[in-house]
Design a protein around this ligand. Structure first.
Ligand code: ATP
Ligand code: MG
Length: 275
């Protein structure tokens, strides 16, 4: 489970995470846990919401309601709330909340149940799936159960003074409860020199770096071109390299595991492919 959280100024956390998911070399669960309201269904996948293919009421909130009487998290409880992302069928979307107020209803108990389910998630085909979790802007509403369970927590930051300064207090607060080896940076809209400067300024490694590429970024943030990423783009090329490296860090392949998204079977969501 890899979670991304940002400081003020919308550095590009959601965009980078969506690009990583699209480039992930295996089935992956893209979980929109931004307590301020989800952006992935409305942004990257907005075209599919408008045409009725994706539902915004199936996701974090529907999982919370369906499990509200459960005392513990149940890994099997999540699959019904996950929908295949049409432009990248190896990606399963757990759509986010629709309004900022809903996070108070979910509360720590709801986020804890969801965290357990995310950590042990399996596709319908029975394959464990990695989870990429968008936590939005760090605030008092941030779901700590997800942060504490994640294998890697990344703070999204751009190589600008404003974003670096905004990331500092976030990193300091996270570092109080998260081990250094599980805390890193996602440097967004960057260049190699920009990434170096951010690493030095914040004293952390960049586990993810995504180049500045406004047009491709707008596919993932705003769903231009129906959310279908261009095949050739520096942003996608980098995302594929980063995704392979991150995936390899946490997995050793076995021959039965699916690995390449372009040719792999789709996410295998609901039996019968209802979504
Ligand atoms: N690599 C990039 N190159 C160019 N523009 C980018 C890049 N990444 C993101 N952007 C742009 O930055 C803007 C903000 O991106 P995004 O919504 O992903 O930020 P965020 O960190 O998720 O914000 P928030 O904290 O509000 O959730 C969008 O317009 C997006 O297209
Ligand atoms: Mg965001």
């Amino acid at each position: 489970m890899i979670a991304i959280v940002s400081g003020k100024g919308s550095p590009g956390g959601t965009t980078s995470l969506a690009a990583l998911a699209a480039a992930w070399p295996a089935p992956v669960l893209l979980a929109d846990c931004d307590p301020a309201g989800g952006d992935l269904a409305l942004g990257w996948l907005g075209h599919w919401v408008v045409n009725g293919f994706l539902r915004t009421d199936v996701g974090v909130l529907s999982h919370f309601i369906a499990t509200r009487h459960a005392t513990a998290g149940d890994p099997g409880s999540l699959i019904e709330h996950v929908q295949a992302a049409p432009p990248a069928r190896h990606v399963g979307l757990l759509a986010g909340l629709s309004t900022p107020g809903q996070h108070t209803a979910v509360g720590t108990a709801g986020w804890t149940r969801l965290t357990v389910a995310l950590a042990a998630f399996k596709t319908v085909a029975g394959h464990p799936a990695d989870a990429l979790v968008d936590l939005g802007r760090f605030s008092s509403a941030t779901p700590w159960p997800v942060l504490l369970a994640a294998d890697l927590v990344l703070v999204a930051v751009r190589p600008t003074q404003r974003h670096v300064l905004a990331a500092r207090p976030v990193l300091a607060e996270l570092a109080e409860r998260i081990l250094p080896q599980r805390l890193g940076l996602a440097v967004c809209a960057t260049t190699p020199a920009g990434t170096r400067e951010v690493r030095v300024a914040l004293g952390r490694e960049a586990a993810v770096e995504v180049p500045m590429a406004a047009r491709t970024a707008a596919v993932f943030s705003d769903g231009i071109d129906g959310g279908t990423p261009p095949h050739r783009s520096p942003l996608l090329r980098t995302a594929r390299r980063v995704a392979r490296r991150l995936h390899g860090t946490y997995h050793t392949y076995t021959p039965s595991e699916p690995r390449i998204p372009a040719t792999a079977a789709p996410f295998h969501l609901l039996p019968g492919g209802a979504r």
